[in-house]
Structure formats: structure tokens, C-alpha cells
Design a protein around this ligand. Structure first.
Ligand code: BTN
Length: 248
């Protein structure tokens, strides 16, 4: 069902699937040894140094309302967390909405892109980057990033195993998402992994920052933040949150 392709070098695995438009069979996965133009969220650059990380993307054609598409990123976050834990003796956590952490440092980033057509979803590309063999990071991210090998204490992780296990797990969470178009099928598991649950958070709302206590997410993926005794539902597209403890 999943069709895997591998490139030694490519600009971006998301770009490669996008170039093909909707000509790729559903669940085609493109992975690369290195990306020369890897992209992160909010227009950031995503560095995938030579053969040190997993850079992988999948295309899908979900028949769901456009506003439900960001929840696919949450399914991908669940897949990465559960794949890493099933392969290695490591404990992962999720920083809302979609960062995977080990020891409170980021191990993985996810970039989901949706191409619409006539008000509907034409296709969705989920791109996942995992730090695997890096032993150091550029100074701007060295305090907030880690790799599987750093956490395992040696060159132990295998990029191919990580990539394959992530997509195997993704199919499980994606199927659950398709049943309800939301997170209901894995909500308890997601909240169980959430690092910023029952913790103080600072909500970086463009209309004004505020402090509150996070009580986890609801089935639509919104963070429920207690502010002055009331619950505020925070949408990932609108704001981000910071805890009061390192990167988290
Ligand atoms: C983030 O900003 O945290 C998201 C980073 C996503 C990086 C992955 S690597 C594979 C895929 N190809 C890209 O160009 N980006 C994503």
C-alpha cells in the first residue's frame, strides 16, 4: 500500500511530491539522504545535513473538509512518537501542537502542506524530518535540538528503520483520523504524551500575550488553556505557546 522512493540528494522531499501534482499514487513516500532546500514551518529553513537525518514525505488524497487537514499533522506527530518508542528505549513527548521532544529537546519537525482545488482538498503532503546521527547542532539551535544517536549514546539508530516505522505507524493514526475527521481515536494517547499538560503556558496571541494553565487538547486539536478561571480554546494556526521550562 505504501510505495517507497529514495533519492540520495534532492531539494526538498515535499517539493518533489508537489512537482508531481496529483500524479503520484496515494501513499507514495519520497525520502532523501540529504536535502539542499529543506523547508520548515513559517518559511524557515530545515537543515538536513548529509545522511544524518530522516527527510521523508508522503502524499494523500483525503476526502475531508479543508479545516480538518491540520489534524493530519497531529496524526503524524503521534506516528513519530510511537515509532521512536517502539524502536528504541527512549521516551518521547509532544510539544503542542506537533513537535516531538526527547529530554525536552526537539528531535523532529513536521511540515504539512495542502493543495486545494475548487474549495476542496486536492491533496496533502506530510513532510517529516528527524534528527538521527547529528552529534552537534548550529549554535542557534544547539540548546533546543537533539538527535536519536545523542539520546541513545552512540551511533545506534538506523535512518531507514525510523522512516519505515514512522509511515507504518502513521497509517494507523491516519485511519483513525479518517473515521471521525478529528483526534477522538487517539486523543487520550496524544494528551498522555503532551509535555505541556497541567502546566503553566504563555500563549503568544498576536492580540496580546497571556499566561494560563494548559489542560491538554480537545478532539479538534485546540489547546485548552485556563485563564482567570475560564477555559480558552487556543488554535494552533493562530498562536503558539511557551512553557516556563527550556524549549518546552
Ligand atoms: C518544522 O519547521 O519543524 C518542520 C520541518 C519539516 C522538515 C521536513 S524534512 C522532509 C520534508 N521536506 C521538507 O522540505 N520539509 C519537510
Amino acid at each position: 500500500m505504501i510505495h517507497f522512493e529514495y533519492f540520495d540528494t534532492i531539494d526538498s522531499t515535499n517539493n518533489e511530491l508537489k512537482r508531481r501534482g496529483n500524479s503520484s499514487p496515494e501513499f507514495t513516500v519520497v525520502s532523501a539522504g540529504q536535502q539542499t532546500g529543506g523547508r520548515g514551518r513559517s518559511g524557515h529553513v530545515w537543515k538536513s545535513p548529509s545522511h544524518d537525518s530522516v527527510a521523508t514525505s508522503m502524499i494523500m488524497y483525503p476526502n475531508v473538509p479543508i479545516e480538518c487537514v491540520p489534524r493530519i499533522t497531529t496524526a503524524a506527530a503521534m506516528a513519530v512518537a510511537s515509532a521512536v518508542e517502539s524502536l528504541y528505549p527512549l521516551k518521547t513527548e509532544i510539544k503542542w501542537p506537533n513537535d516531538i521532544l526527547i529530554s525536552h529537546k526537539k528531535i523532529c519537525g513536521i511540515l504539512t502542506e495542502m493543495i486545494p482545488e475548487k474549495g476542496k482538498v486536492k491533496y496533502v503532503i506530510v513532510g517529516i524530518g528527524v534528527n538521527v546521527h547529528q552529534t552537534s547542532f548550529p549554535s542557534d539551535i544547539k540548546d533546543i535540538a537533539t538527535s536519536l544517536d545523542l539520546e541513545l549514546g552512540g551511533r545506534m539508530a538506523k535512518r531507514r528503520d525510523v522512516m519505515e516505522k514512522i509511515w507504518e505507524r502513521f497509517m494507523v493514526y491516519y485511519d483513525l483520523f479518517l473515521k471521525t475527521h478529528d483526534l477522538s481515536g487517539f486523543l487520550d494517547e496524544y494528551n498522555g504524551r503532551l509535555v505541556n499538560k497541567e502546566r503553566p503556558v504563555k500563549v503568544l496571541d498576536p492580540q496580546g500575550h497571556y499566561d494560563g494553565i494548559s489542560h491538554g487538547v480537545d478532539e479538534t486539536g485546540r489547546l485548552m488553556v485556563e485563564r482567570d478561571g475560564k477555559i480558552v480554546y487556543v488554535d494552533a494556526g493562530e498562536v503558539s505557546v511557551r512553557g516556563f521550562y527550556g524549549y518546552v
